[in-house]
Design a protein around this ligand. Sequence first.
Ligand code: SF4
Ligand code: SF4
Length: 89
Amino acid sequence: MTERQDEAGCRPGCGACCIAPSISSPIPGMPQGKPAGVRCVQLDEANLCRLFGDPRRPAVCERFAFDAALCGEHRDQALIRIRELEAMT
Ligand code: SF4
Ligand code: SF4
């Protein structure tokens, strides 16, 4: 990565970590959290989190700070890698 793209260093419009992993904590609109592979309802059309900076955003979402090893070079890579990681844990 050559430059930070936003505060999280994440690729804007990716959203892979809001789809591939399961999230067990409640999310507004998804009180039971979300299963793996399901798109978070808070992920907007541009694949950005509607809760960014909102205290209702699950703390676990912070876990997905940009990590080149996981995020890969593009979204499809991230989707596959996160799914694999999820399957291992
Ligand atoms: S998978 Fe990585 S690049 Fe994609 S949204 Fe999540 S943190 Fe950002
Ligand atoms: S709350 Fe936001 S950061 Fe967390 S999974 Fe949903 S869209 Fe992604």
